[in-house]
Every structure is written in C-alpha cells, then in structure tokens.
Design a protein. Structure first.
Length: 72
C-alpha cells in the first residue's frame, strides 16, 4: 500500500474579510489561533475541528491527512 503524499501548505480564507493567506502547516503541533493579516481577526477552530487549518484551510492538517485523527 502506498503512503499518501502529505501536503504541508494550505491556504486559509478568513471568514470575516475573505482574505486568503497561504502558510506552512506543522507536522507535530496544531495551530489553534491565526491572526488574519488583513482585518486582524483572531481565527479559532470551528467546533469539532482540531485546528484553524481544518476549519479555514483548503488542505486539512497533516495528522488528518494521514488518517491519524485530531492532532490535539
């Protein structure tokens, strides 16, 4: 069985101002807060999500991609 390629870059979309910001995800820690560079809103994970990448990114965090479940 092939190991899936893990993507480490994701683009977050701010729910307040719709600004998109591309960033590098950590493979060993969740990111619980993110400051929007445009409107300065502090993003937090949605209920049921483990991190801001899973809530607002176009690619989920590496542990979710690997099928390991929540990284928190």
């Amino acid at each position: 069985m092939d190991t899936p390629e893990i993507k480490l870059t994701s683009t977050l979309t701010c729910p307040e101002c719709k600004t998109e910001s591309t960033g590098q995800m950590s493979t060993d820690a969740c990111q619980f807060f993110y400051d929007c560079p445009a409107c300065k809103a502090v993003l937090k994970p949605k209920p049921g999500d483990c991190c801001v990448w899973c809530s607002y990114g176009d690619v989920p965090c590496p542990p979710i991609q690997m099928g390991e479940g929540c990284c928190g």
